[in-house]
Every structure is written in C-alpha cells, then in structure tokens.
Design a protein around this ligand. Structure first.
Ligand SMILES: Nc1ncnc2c1ncn2[C@@H]1O[C@H](COP(=O)(O)OP(=O)(O)OP(=O)(O)O)[C@@H](O)[C@H]1O
Ligand SMILES: [Mg+2]
Length: 234
C-alpha cells in the first residue's frame, strides 16, 4: 500500500535519511523505532510532504506521490499525526476536529465521520466544547488522532503518540490502534515505547543514523540481540 524506495531526505544541504527502503501493506501495523535523532520524524515528515527535500520514491497504491505537496497527499489518504500534537489550543474540541475534514472528499461526510470519531473516542464527545489547550495531555493526544481520522485516512502516520502519557492512556492508545486496524486502517507508527509497540505491530523497522539497520516481525525483533543492546538497554 505504501512503498518507500531508496529514500534520501535533506534539510537544506544536510542529509538525514540515507537510502531508506520500507513498505507497509494494507491493514498492517508497522512500527519504526530508533534512538533520538535517528531520523524517525524526518521520515514521517517526508512521507507527509512536509519540511524536507528528498530523492527516491514514495508510492501510495503504486502511484508516485513524492512530488505532491502535503495538501494533495491528505485527500489520497496519507495523514500524519505529528509529534507533540499541534492542536489549535484556543479552539474547542469540535472546531479542532472539523479542521481535520478540510479536504473535498472528507468535508461532505464530516458529520458522519464526527459521529464515528465520538464513538471511537468517547472522551472527545464528553468534552466537545472544551478548548483544546485545557485538555489533559492524554485527551489532547486523542484529539490529535481524532482530527486525523476526520480526514478519512487510509494510511495513518503516528509520530510518538504515547509521548508523555500515563500508562492508562498508553494502553488506551494501543487498543485504539488495534481497533482502527480492525476497521481496515493501515498504520505506520513511530514509538519510543519499544516493548509495547513491538508487541502490537506486525512488523518493525529499526532506524539508526538515517539508515534502516534491522527489520522483522514485531515480536521476534524483541528477542533480537542487536535490538536489545542498542535500544532496550539489556
Ligand atoms: N529543520 C531541520 N533542519 C536541520 N536539521 C534538522 C531539522 N529537523 C531535524 N533535523 C535533524 O535531523 C536529525 C533527525 O531528526 P528527527 O527529528 O528526524 O529524529 P527522530 O528520530 O524523530 O528523534 P526523536 O526520537 O528525538 O524524536 C537530527 O539530527 C535533527 O537535529
Ligand atoms: Mg521524532
């Protein structure tokens, strides 16, 4: 469904990703793990069409989308939930959600999608009139995901969705991801919470200094000595 071939990504003259190859099949949950500054967010931004320049190809259902601007990737179903949420703090929950449905395809069905999002994330329904800035961290993360769902994604890119969350929210979030996949969504997720994410993901890639150095099934990677040494501190 999503295929990345020989991707190099740059901030101006600075190259951060080097020859990255990666694929995500339909309805798969794929994890991307790696140390701080490995280039995980850079890969997510590059997939979403933000910030970087790149060479190499990004294919969505076989269609090269790497030269499309960000706003043309969203209607095709590729939607990023960036690190640290980036909500509109002075707007309320409903207003933040409505912004997610800006694309021509998502707008006409926004009412129905809103009902679906409220069903999936009841905490948002309860707090629909509250301004986003006064939500708890966990609630804000749910809102960020809810807003992305309003865009009717087919592939959801999640960059550290559990960052700063209490264990109860971490569990809620992983449950939500599994639910979303059950409803047909494809997920690429960056996580520092390596144990949890490798147990949830079908497959995972390990990024080190902008290069994929390991890949495999989630559970079996957990047992990989190299991963243990580098990321789990064992
Ligand atoms: N706008 C930018 N200009 C120049 N360099 C940048 C820019 N954004 C990020 N970088 C650099 O790119 C490298 C990779 O950063 P990136 O944010 O992709 O890492 P990450 O794997 O997401 O790390 P973390 O786990 O801390 O979120 C870092 O060395 C970072 O300093
Ligand atoms: Mg990051």
């Amino acid at each position: 469904m999503l295929e990345v071939k020989d991707l190099n990504a740059f901030y101006g003259p600075v190259q951060v990703l080097h020859g990255v190859n990666l694929s995500v099949a339909a309805s798969e949950i794929v994890a991307l793990v790696g140390a701080n500054a490995a280039g995980k967010s850079t890969l997510m931004f590059t997939l979403a069409g933000l910030r970087t320049t790149h060479t190499g190809s990004i294919l969505l259902d076989g269609e090269p989308i790497g030269d499309f601007p960000a706003y043309e990737r969203v209607p095709r179903g590729l939607v990023l939930v960036p690190e640290r949420r980036r909500l509109f703090p002075f707007m309320n929950v409903i207003e933040n959600l409505e912004i997610g449905a800006y694309s021509a395809a998502a707008r006409p069905v926004a009412r129905d999608t809103l009902d679906e999002v409220f069903q999936l994330l009841p905490v948002l329904a309860e707090r629909r009139k509250q301004v986003a800035g006064s939500l708890s961290g966990g609630e804000q993360q749910m809102l960020a995901i809810g807003r992305a769902l309003m865009a009717k994604p087919r592939v959801l890119l999640l960059d550290e969705p559990t960052e700063g969350l209490a264990p109860i929210y971490v569990k809620l979030l992983f449950d939500l991801i599994v639910n979303l996949r059950r409803s047909g969504l494809t997920v690429l997720i960056v996580e520092q919470n390596v144990h949890h994410v490798l147990r949830t993901a079908d497959r995972a890639y390990v990024l080190e200094n902008g290069r994929i150095v390991l890949q495999g099934q989630g559970e079996s990677l957990l047992k990989d000595e190299r991963l243990k040494v580098a990321y789990l501190g064992l």
